[in-house]
Unconditional design. Structure first.
Length: 447
């Protein structure tokens, strides 16, 4: 759906594009929030050199596409977007087109041969080169100073790059390389700078949050980092994305309990629950350790919202193993859940296995899990009716305001819809009493 919307916007540009008189660069970012941070870094570098740069589908005469290459759908979306903007260039609607990111890191040679008319191809570690080719000097002194693509009241904080895990289905280590953690000092400096610009909410992201610091400090340092970030004046919410379940660092739980501004929210991709499949996936956690971790989190941090992702249709997944997964979902009743149908990634160890689950079976299994989760989500939401929550306001549309509780991350989780004749300030917090609930949204009134 997102891909179709983006394509539609680009097609509209063919008819309504007005060429700018002065050079303006638009960065079109596809894929995950980690890509968004990379785009924000580039925009920050260019803007500080007085080169006008904006995020999104605007009227710039120079376009940078930051691609995703994680799964097949993402690859197709990236290629479709490249071709659409190539057509705009051919029609002289834009002057220059540069392409960067994960897809290029993996397939630069093939793509550069198959797609002509691109002014530059750049892998994930070539941000300095693209800045230089656009006529600016990449300054390490500006690292941490980003031009946000998000609303000004929240931002993603990428604490490390790459991953040392060897999950059989994942190509990220092939694209991004081994884990490289940023120093605690640099992250605190960046977060402090973000707070000074009005950012109130930080989403910590990495390929694997829980291994943060091992490469740099020879120890897991996520709890130490959280402890320091939580002390920054102006940061009211901190939330954790992409925590790995194996050998989860228990000191993180203690820090979450210690600081009120660390949200009762954690994103842990469990992927599956059957031990045979987990072993084949090289996940390093088991059914027993998974259930134990979930129990510990909920006992130690009452009302914590757990988000997870699952894979259905992994090679060899039987009906009995899928039934185990459904039982897992029913028993654990996750607050938030996403499901992917397995797709083969070349050069991963899973690609050596026979992809023996038919596509229609994968889709059926995905639908079954999502239908289960839809009912679970509705039941959880209905339990919130009559309760009052602290809500941050993200936007206003047609007389309604849209916000989130601490249990929801932007774009991927529930929203709180607030019909209000009273003017509310975007980016501010309000106490909201929940009056109605649907599968994936709440409705409330300002108290």
């Amino acid at each position: 759906m997102i891909s179709l919307i983006r394509q539609f916007i680009v097609l509209l540009q063919k008819f309504y594009y007005v060429k700018t008189k002065t050079p303006q660069i638009n960065i079109v970012t596809l894929g995950c929030s980690k890509n968004s941070v990379d785009s924000e870094v580039i925009a920050g570098q260019l803007n500080r050199m007085n080169i006008q740069t904006e995020h999104g589908f605007n009227n710039g005469n120079i376009v940078i596409i930051n691609t995703c290459g994680f799964i097949n759908d993402a690859k197709e979306e990236s290629i479709d977007t490249i071709l659409l903007y190539k057509d705009l260039k051919k029609r002289k609607k834009i002057d220059k087109l540069y392409v960067m990111g994960c897809l290029i890191e993996r397939y630069k040679e093939e793509l550069s041969k198959e797609i002509s008319g691109i002014d530059g191809w750049y892998g994930v570690n070539e941000m300095a080169k693209i800045v230089s080719d656009l006529g600016a000097e990449y300054r390490t002194s500006l690292i941490g100073e980003r031009t946000l693509s998000t609303p000004p009241h929240y931002a993603y904080l990428k604490i490390s790059e790459g991953c040392d895990r060897s999950c059989s289905f994942c190509a990220i280590p092939l694209i991004r390389g081994k884990q490289i953690s940023r120093t605690i000092e640099s992250l605190v400096d960046e977060a402090t700078n973000l707070a000074s610009t009005g950012v109130k909410e930080l989403m910590l992201i990495a390929q694997d949050l829980t291994m943060y610091g091992v490469d740099l400090y020879k120890r897991r340092a996520l709890a130490e980092l959280l402890d320091k970030l939580a002390e920054i004046k102006g940061i009211e919410w901190i939330r954790l994305h992409y925590a790995y379940p194996a050998n989860f660092p228990m000191d993180v739980i203690e820090v979450m309990k210690k600081h009120a501004n660390i949200c009762k929210y954690i994103d842990i991709p469990f992927q599956h629950i059957n031990d045979t499949l987990l072993d084949s996936m090289k996940r390093a956690h088991t059914q027993e350790s998974t259930y134990k971790l979930i129990e510990t989190l909920r006992n130690e941090i009452p009302n914590i919202a757990i988000r997870t992702t699952l894979i259905v249709g992994y090679p060899g997944e039987t009906e009995a193993q899928f039934a185990e997964l459904k039982t897992f979902v029913e028993k654990c009743r996750f607050d938030r859940l996403g499901v992917f149908a397995y797709s083969e990634e070349e050069n991963t160890s899973a690609a050596e296995l026979e992809d023996d689950v038919p596509a229609d079976v994968k889709e059926q299994r995905l639908s079954e899990i999502m239908e289960m989760q839809q009912n679970i989500s509705l039941a959880i939401n209905e339990q919130k009716i009559g309760k009052t929550y602290k809500v941050i306001i993200d936007r206003e549309e047609d007389g309604c305001y849209f916000g989130r509780t601490e249990f929801d991350s932007p774009e991927v989780d529930n929203e709180v819809i607030i019909p209000s004749e009273k003017v509310l300030a975007i980016g501010e917090f309000y106490n909201v009493k929940i009056e109605a609930a649907s599968f994936f949204d709440l409705e409330g009134v300002i108290m």
